[in-house]
Design a protein around this ligand. Structure first.
Ligand code: FE2
Length: 322
């Protein structure tokens, strides 16, 4: 159900837009470019550009400015037939075309792991499915690179499963893991975030605004600040697709002094579309530096970060290994 858009609350002061993002245990290593990944012409720490939509061709041809890095969507259910995302390859292609139309040139596929998908969607399966999707995109001339990842339901086994390559990190790079909290039941995941940080992994809190407790008590997140979680907010929440309360919570999260990113969490081109362009326009109008940070800089650094636990087994477009 779609609700009326409301005016956003205040967001971070501009000084939040220039903080460096580093993995827990390898500061300074975050800007290396994985072998085989396309050069963007802007190596090293990202610099603030003009409007977040500058250079985007929303007609479906990706970025028009060769110096523009485009967008990276760090949370998307774009693999066909593996979870509650697209049911088949053609639906996946429709979603991928829509991402490209919104200026996305790289997406991390994040199918659900654990929870009701426990026992399925293994890392080996996801890596293989990502390779197949990349092949299909190449065949159709769709300029979108897909990296493997997962949205991992909170589970007491996560640390052990991560150590044994049973769950995937974002981009399969071993530095950030996307964690899905229950919407209605609050779990204090502080100890998990600390345990992950000791492994050199930062927790990314999937659609934080959809946790009823955290939406009502955003300051509670500061109890976890020492483990340096990243607050992920859905673009659809920012634009109001999930109602006023979720929208209000999403904007309020941007006021916290925590690193944040906006991602699509898209599942389908029609029923759960990306909504990135709309959200980016809204935030750019309010706080362009924050828009740059949460839509471009932090997602880019996540996708390009080499963490201490990277496995180096995942093929990427171009035929190289990470
Ligand atoms: Fe998701």
């Amino acid at each position: 159900m779609r609700h009326e858009r409301t005016e956003p609350r205040s967001v971070w002061p501009e000084c939040h837009g220039v903080r460096p993002l580093t993995p827990v245990s390898s500061p300074g290593a975050m800007v290396q470019r994985p072998a085989g990944q396309r050069s963007t012409g802007s190596e090293g720490v990202m610099t603030v550009r003009g409007s977040p939509t500058e250079g985007l061709d929303v007609q479906g041809h990706g970025t028009t400015d060769p110096g523009s890095p485009g967008l990276i969507d760090t949370h998307c259910h774009c693999l066909p037939g593996v979870d509650d995302g697209p049911e088949d390859l053609e639906e996946a292609m429709d979603l991928c075309r829509m991402l490209v139309a919104e200026g996305v040139h790289m997406v991390i596929a994040t199918p659900h792991q654990l929870g009701r998908y426990d026992g399925g969607n293994t890392p080996a399966e996801i890596r293989q499915q990502v390779a197949q999707l990349n092949h299909a995109l190449t065949q159709r001339g769709i300029r979108l690179d897909v990296l493997p990842g997962a949205e991992v339901r909170i589970d007491e086994r996560i640390v052990s499963l991560l150590q044994h390559d049973r769950i995937l990190t974002l981009g399969d790079l071993g530095a950030f893991v996307l964690l899905e909290l229950p919407h209605e039941t609050f779990l204090d995941i502080g100890p998990l975030l600390v345990a992950l940080s000791k492994m050199g992994v930062r927790g990314v809190l999937a659609h934080t605004e959809r946790s009823a407790f955290l939406a009502a008590n955003p300051q509670f997140l500061m109890n976890w600040a020492d483990a340096r979680p990243i607050v992920q907010i859905n673009a659809s929440s920012l634009v109001g697709d999930l109602g006023h309360a979720v929208q209000k919570a999403a904007w309020a999260l941007l006021d916290l002094p925590l690193e944040a990113i906006v991602a699509s969490d898209a599942h389908h081109a029609q029923t759960r579309p990306p909504r990135l362009i709309q959200a980016m326009h809204m935030l750019d109008a309010k706080a362009p530096h924050v828009a740059q940070r949460v839509f471009r800089q932090v997602p880019w650094q996540i996708a390009r970060t080499y963490g201490s636990g990277r496995r180096g087994t995942t093929p990427v477009p171009g035929g190289h290994s990470l």
